[in-house]
Write a protein that binds this ligand. Structure first.
Ligand SMILES: Cc1cc2nc3c(=O)[nH]c(=O)nc-3n(C[C@H](O)[C@H](O)[C@H](O)COP(=O)(O)OP(=O)(O)OC[C@H]3O[C@@H](n4cnc5c(N)ncnc54)[C@H](O)[C@@H]3O)c2cc1C
Length: 424
């Protein structure tokens, strides 16, 4: 490979903040909101023009799993758009999430991509950004990496792993919506083991046979708008969301599947005979990339046995192992949907958010430390939003007390969380 040498240059420091949140998805939203509400000067940068990440730019269908308390409970109530408390209206979320951050005093800067990290020894001291305004620097006392992929942590040199032992990661999907559905007769399929017997055969089996591979499962969710259904059926496998060429390839594969999926629905699924495409996600949805090494790695037993950690920061989480098949359509062999049993809601400890080797940095959202299987449960939006809530409080306390996260008094963290509706 050929290389060019970048000449060194001076970059203007356009902001100095206490807490910098990079990435404005559900996790980054929770982090910025609660760092600001806890009294810190907070800035959030986001590469796209919306707060919400997969929830908005990815036109997501519904909050999955069960998550009580905290930032999520507040947003779910404010964002509710129909009788169901699970169904999402991404357009309403776009307005609401941005407004909530503004009202909390967060300095939100959309259309701004993280480009590089500024290090002071092994401590993260800020970032270099790229935007229409050029290359700029922002310094901070604590940084919360909420990029999903952990772009900041990776650049800082924090060790990570991807996918299962052979590197295989969950597939990518472009969500889309159709209108013209006869809602009185329409069927919805919330899980890949949910099916129906049609005159032509079992619907999920028909999907495997007739849909363009590696698509093949049927996931259809009602929306809050009459006649409109959100569809989670495009599928691209063997892709790495941290590789721009894979992202492009996956985008092409998924876009091309959309017309054939619609034809399949029109032909086989009752209520969808007259459906037509009205919307698709601005960006491809990436389920899994980097999971960083931290002081503790959450595992599947912690989740299925509902372990309560002494240093809990996320509580009352409940979701099955939603592992999409790494090699094709449907659920993965080690996924657990209808077989999933969890006696109580589970907790996530503070140690999962503290990367090894790097200081001044908190992990957040789907990039925290967990196994490939555990990740398939905790990656969902309600849970990551409450991760953000906790990390906002932790970062704010670190700044106020000039301490590292593990030097904080865990009882004081719990007290702050309880005051903000996060309890065991
Ligand atoms: C196709 C699909 C379907 C899903 N279905 C559901 C569902 O039905 N219900 C559910 O609850 N969960 C669902 N999930 C899971 C859930 O949406 C994600 O795991 C969750 O959004 C992760 O939250 P996050 O904040 O960690 O990351 P993200 O939502 O990915 O947000 C990360 C944010 O960081 C920004 N960012 C990234 N890199 C940079 C950078 N370099 N510079 C600046 N900004 C950056 C991104 O633009 C984005 O806004 C689904 C996921 C996918 C992909």
């Amino acid at each position: 490979m050929n290389y060019v040498t970048e000449p060194s240059r001076q970059i203007p420091v356009v902001a100095e903040t206490d807490v910098l949140v990079v990435g404005g998805g559900p996790a980054g939203f929770g982090a910025a909101l609660y760092a600001a509400r806890t009294g810190s000067k907070v800035m959030l940068i986001e590469q796209y023009g919306a707060i919400g990440g997969v929830a908005t730019s990815g036109i997501m269908s519904h909050w999955t799993g069960r998550q009580e308390g905290g930032c999520f409970a507040e947003l779910r109530e404010k964002a509710r758009d129909c009788e169901s408390e699970q169904v999402i209206n991404p357009e309403k979320l776009r307005i609401l999430m941005l407004d909530m951050l503004y009202k909390a005093g967060v300095d939100v800067q959309l259309y701004t991509a993280f480009s590089d990290v500024i290090m002071d020894g092994n401590r993260v001291a800020g970032v270099i950004t790229e935007s229409k305004s050029g290359r700029e620097a922002i310094t901070c006392k604590m940084l919360i990496d909420s990029t999903g992929d952990g772009d900041v942590a990776a650049r800082a040199g924090a060790p990570f792993e991807k996918g299962r032992d052979d590197g295989g990661m969950q597939p990518m999907t472009i969500m889309f919506k159709v209108a013209g559905v006869d809602m009185d007769r329409a069927m919805f399929f919330w899980g890949m083991e949910d099916t129906v017997q049609l005159p032509e055969g079992d619907l999920q089996t028909l999907g495997r046979e007739k849909l363009p591979k590696p698509a093949g499962h049927i996931l259809l969710y009602p929306s809050s708008i009459p006649g409109v259904v959100t569809i989670n059926m495009t599928n691209a496998i063997d892709m790495d969301g941290t590789n721009v060429r894979d992202l492009n390839h996956a985008e092409y594969i998924c876009r091309n599947q959309i017309p054939e999926i619609i034809e399949f629905l029109q032909r086989y699924v009752p209520g969808y005979e007259g459906c037509y495409l009205i919307d698709s996600a601005d960006v491809i949805g990436v389920r899994e990339t980097r999971r960083f090494e931290a002081q503790y790695q959450l595992n599947e037993d912690d989740i299925s046995q509902a372990r309560v950690f002494d240093d809990w920061v996320v509580t009352k989480s409940n979701f099955f192992f939603d592992l999409h098949n790494v090699e094709g359509a449907g659920l993965d062999a080690i996924a657990e949907y209808k077989t999933f049993k969890q006696p109580e809601p589970y907790t996530i400890p503070l140690r999962c958010f503290i990367p090894r080797k790097i200081e001044g940095l908190l992990l957040n959202g789907r990039n925290i430390s967990g196994t490939h299987k555990a990740h398939s449960s905790y990656r969902v939006m309600p849970i990551v939003m409450n991760m953000g809530h906790a990390m906002g409080i932790v970062a704010s306390m670190c700044v106020a007390q000039n301490k590292k996260p593990l030097e904080l008094d865990i009882d004081e963290i719990h007290e702050q969380l309880r005051r903000t509706n996060v309890t065991l």
